[in-house]
Design a protein around this ligand. Structure first.
Ligand code: ADP
Ligand code: MG
Length: 150
């Protein structure tokens, strides 16, 4: 499947593409975020939240695993870094099939629980303020979203 790339020259650039993506999202959409610590996964999520007209500050949910925000659509921000094994069932299904947008940091750690279709986004550290952001749509819906985005 196609891949799309965005070179972010600073954190604001990362939020700009995320904010634009947010305008194309609908309830039930799932975005996965991959990348090392400090790559910008939470920064990207902040941009998504802005694009969904969420006014509350989005922080890393590392200690709670899932945080919910309300905007144009509900946003379920998950960070599964601390999930102990990939089968630990925290009811992710209900979120993935729910009425909001799900964003999952470190999603590969729960690969077996992910839905079939989702938008995989990888952030690669290039330099202190530069990141390469790769969009890999899984399924027709996300291919369409990427075509509109780029
Ligand atoms: P993660 O959630 O992947 O661990 P964070 O988003 O919490 O990463 O942290 C990324 C850090 O890198 C933030 O301090 C952010 O300001 C900084 N940063 C610098 N340049 C960028 C960029 N181009 N995109 C995203 N974050 C950036
Ligand atoms: Mg994070």
């Amino acid at each position: 499947m196609d891949k799309y790339e965005w070179l972010a020259k600073n954190a604001e650039d990362t939020q700009i593409i995320a904010e634009k993506l947010a305008t194309l999202l609908d309830s039930g959409d799932v975005i996965t975020l991959e990348g090392d610590l400090g790559a910008g996964k939470t920064t990207f999520t902040k941009g998504l939240a802005k694009g969904l007209h969420i006014n509350r500050t989005v922080n890393s949910p590392t200690f709670t695993i899932i945080k919910e925000y309300n905007g144009r659509l509900p946003l379920y921000h998950m960070d599964v870094y601390r999930v102990k094994d990939s089968f630990e069932d925290l009811g992710f299904d209900e979120y993935f099939e729910g009425n909001g947008v799900c964003v999952v940091e470190w999603a590969h750690l729960i690969q077996d629980q992910l839905p079939q279709d989702y938008l995989k986004i990888s952030l690669l550290y290039e330099q202190e303020n530069t990141r390469k952001i790769i969009f890999e749509p899984k399924g027709a819906r996300y291919m369409q979203i990427c075509k509109e985005l780029f």
